[in-house]
Design a protein around this ligand. Structure first.
Ligand SMILES: Cc1cc2nc3c(=O)[nH]c(=O)nc-3n(C[C@H](O)[C@H](O)[C@H](O)COP(=O)(O)OP(=O)(O)OC[C@H]3O[C@@H](n4cnc5c(N)ncnc54)[C@H](O)[C@@H]3O)c2cc1C
Length: 408
């Protein structure tokens, strides 16, 4: 329970981050209102790859990225693409992104990401239990990264070293061991690593919905509203301004990209989910050089990932989703010709991979929890716990300096 008196807390954004935050706040005894313009989980959290990865501490920007820029601009279906028409608006973000790939900075960022991700499953456990969602969280089912060539594997050596030095258990596998771990996988992969501490979520959308439904069952309010701003009085939050009635609050948590002045860019990703695939991996498998994952889900086999920088408003390029399906067929030759659903989502990304988790400076009662980028499903449980600590006046379990809003 909270050490402070129960407060009326409004959480803006009902994605996985807002839902976990609302659930932890409610466990502390606060009166929670979860506000979103969409239904819970219908934003980026709807269609992710489901990887729950306590050891995914490798920043998105890494040393040597400069060399890859020509490829980003010339291959519209490549693993990372910047649309020409969006190059100019994206430029300030891209420059910061490249700067974050300096080796000294990469080490600091990896520490920050690892601290947030390491307790992923410990912090999901109570929430999933309360919400009846334990069957969706497969802690320790493991994750396998696969590479087609020794050279590609060696190219990722620094990323593996970053993980190892931060205590992530990594087992290197050769051709035969890969087949033993995943017999359905095509025999085209030379090298793999197994990360036994990782796991997956078999329905990320349902997980958010169950968390939100549980919040509602325990007396919380779920509101479908567009948030237009936050009213202050004498430096304190007073209410959330929406397209309907305002929501009075003693504290507000921003778990959405709400126009706070932080460099954020949408790194768009795609998925295809094959309902009746005929093959199913036992665990989440990441094709490392192609930058997408195959995940066993309750509704089918999902291939998801890649990055497209094209802003919030450009229409999806579903050729990218279809490319994922083609690659999926190469990965799993037994994949049946079945119907697949396609989806595109906007990962909310900061240039340095790290989210913002902080008190808003100069504004009492305003808390920030956004920008979780590529690992928001994994980081949401710990973020929710930390924000509840901040709102309830407890000391958070980790050093929050890497995530402060003023770092940009
Ligand atoms: C293809 C793909 C694969 C991924 N794979 C993984 C993975 O394997 N593992 C992993 O950990 N992460 C993964 N991610 C990342 C993960 O999905 C995101 O980091 C996470 O969903 C972000 O959660 P969120 O709650 O911050 O954002 P969201 O889920 O987008 O929630 C934010 C909510 O805020 C609402 N909102 C915004 N503005 C307003 C407003 N003005 N008023 C009201 N509501 C508003 C939106 O409607 C939205 O529902 C992947 C992402 C993609 C796209």
């Amino acid at each position: 329970m909270t050490q402070a008196a129960p407060r009326r807390v409004a959480v803006v954004g009902a994605g996985i981050v807002g839902a976990c935050t609302a659930a932890f706040l409610q466990r502390d005894g606060h009166r929670v209102t979860l506000i979103d313009r969409l239904g819970p989980g219908e934003g980026c959290s709807f269609g992710n790859a489901g990887g729950m990865s306590p050891g995914s501490c490798v920043p998105v920007a890494m040393p040597g990225m400069l060399r890859q820029i020509p490829r980003w601009l010339t291959d519209p279906l490549g693993p990372l693409v910047v649309r020409w028409s969006y190059l100019l608006p994206a430029l300030p973000f891209l420059l910061r992104f490249l700067r974050a790939g300096r080796r000294d900075r990469v080490e600091e960022i990896a520490d920050g990401v690892r601290a947030l991700l390491a307790p992923t499953f410990d912090n999901y456990a109570p929430l999933a239990r309360d919400a009846g969602a334990e069957h969706l969280v497969h802690a320790g089912s493991g994750q396998m990264y696969v590479w087609r060539s020794e050279a590609a594997f060696r190219g990722d050596a620094y990323g593996l070293e970053l993980r190892r030095r931060r205590g992530v258990d990594i087992q290197v596998l050769g051709r035969d061991e890969i087949r033993q771990h995943d017999p359905a996988l095509a025999p085209i992969f030379e090298k793999a690593v197994l990360l036994p501490q990782h796991g997956h979520c078999s329905d990320p959308f349902r997980l958010v919905r169950l968390l939100a439904e549980h919040v509602a069952r325990r007396g919380g309010t779920i509101l479908r509203r567009e948030v237009r701003g936050i009213d202050l009085a004498s430096g304190r939050v007073r209410r959330v301004v929406t397209d309907g009635d305002p929501v009075e609050a003693d504290a507000v948590v921003v778990a959405a990209p709400l126009g706070i002045s932080v460099p954020l860019e949408a790194q768009r990703g795609y998925h295809v989910t094959v309902a009746d695939p005929g093959v199913m991996p036992r665990r989440n498998v990441m094709w490392a050089d192609a930058k997408f994952m195959a995940t066993p889900m309750d509704m089918g086999l999902r291939f998801a990932g890649t990055v497209e920088i094209a802003g919030l408003d450009a229409p999806p390029d579903y050729r990218r989703a279809r490319r994922l399906l083609e690659m999926g067929r190469i990965m799993y030759p037994g994949l049946k010709d079945a119907t697949a659903t396609e989806w595109m989502g906007h990962r909310p990304c900061t240039p340095d991979t790290l989210p913002v988790i902080d008190r808003a400076p100069g504004c009492d009662g305003l808390f920030l929890a956004f920008g979780h980028g590529h690992t928001g499903l994994s980081a949401a449980s710990t973020t929710g716990r930390i924000v509840a600590d901040l709102v309830s006046g407890r000391k958070p379990p980790i050093d929050l300096r890497p995530y402060r809003v003023g770092r940009f």
